[in-house]
Design a protein around this ligand. Structure first.
Ligand code: MN
Length: 313
């Protein structure tokens, strides 16, 4: 088949260094007891990872009650980051904690963990992000763990910066991860232009929560995730009316994963076996004490075999 245009335009197919790719969110109703809808930017066809960040759900502000019954995880770490609201967390590592705005809660479910998440009675509005980190092969059976950290606020070019994972602007999170990573919330005042020194071996994503922001030369709409590949020494963020963004980064994750329901694995058979173990209530995932209600049953596996995927070349 041939191009039938009379005067085909010249198209440059290589992306120029510094080009920002915009990942638009899609709305995903979570259904079930969690009557809320999220804006998902990772994973999507265009991109599976930013560093080891493999899942990015952005939600609210919504007047909803969250009640997620005990459910399992494998091969990943979960990061809960709230802007508004309060969520009570219980897990099979024996942790009972509260997720609050500006406080990092990182749960490790390598070999297997279970947890529940319920908004507290005083929490009427929920607004935040649920993020997952894929564990690299050498650590994907890591034992259950839970780390909590309240990052201090530092200032860069008038912006407030809270570094919850990794290092930025002289602020370093003490929270340990299994691959080099960055996670930070930035609040930019109206008219600000912020130059952030970043590691050139990292790729980065900027999720616009509220307001307006331009990453390098590319304006983002609220809910979109701007992606900048490796090779940058600085990232420039500017805003007209002010903005709140979350900056994610990491060394590109080179492994392929199979992600289904709440599991990150490497093969279909592994995922199917974990699903059976959850249904059979084996001790791989343990018990969540103190949750009032039944645990979440696993959905049926889709027809056909789950296929591993990585980032497009
Ligand atoms: Mn979970």
């Amino acid at each position: 088949m041939s191009n039938v245009e009379a005067e085909p335009a010249e198209v440059t197919c290589t992306s120029a260094p510094g080009t920002v790719e915009v990942l638009q969110p899609r709305n995903v109703p979570l259904g079930g007891p969690r009557a809320m809808s999220v804006r998902r930017t990772l994973p999507q066809k265009q991109r599976s990872f930013i560093g080891a960040w493999c899942f990015c759900d952005h939600y609210g502000p919504d007047n909803v009650r969250m009640d997620v019954a005990p459910h399992p995880h494998t091969g990943l770490q979960t990061v809960s980051w709230l802007f508004t609201g309060e969520i009570e967390h219980r897990d099979s590592h024996g942790v009972h904690a509260y997720v609050r705005p500006g406080e990092l809660n990182l749960m490790t479910g390598g070999r297997g963990i279970a947890h529940s998440e319920v908004s507290t009675p005083s929490s009427t509005v929920l607004h935040g992000e649920q993020l997952w980190l894929a564990l690299p092969d050498a650590h994907r059976d890591a034992p259950r763990d839970f780390q909590h950290h309240v990052p201090p606020t530092v200032h860069v070019d008038g912006a407030e910066v809270r570094v919850f994972l990794g290092s930025l602007a002289g602020s370093t999170s003490p929270v340990t991860t299994f691959t080099p990573l960055l996670g930070a919330e930035l609040v930019l005042p109206a008219g600000a232009t912020v130059e952030l020194p970043v590691r050139p071996d990292f790729e980065h994503g900027v999720l616009l929560d509220t307001g307006d922001v331009t990453l390098q030369e590319t304006a983002l709409t609220p809910g979109a995730l701007g992606y900048a590949g490796t090779g940058h020494d600085t990232l420039t963020l500017s805003t007209r009316d002010g903005a709140r963004v979350v900056l994610l980064g990491g060394v590109p994750f080179s492994e392929e994963i199979v992600m289904w329901w709440n599991f990150v694995g490497r093969t279909h058979d592994e995922i199917a076996a974990w699903r059976d173990e959850w249904q059979a209530e084996t001790d791989r995932f343990g018990r969540v004490e103190g949750y009032d209600g039944a645990r979440l049953p696993a959905p049926p596996l889709p027809g056909g075999r789950l296929r591993p995927r990585g980032n497009p070349a």
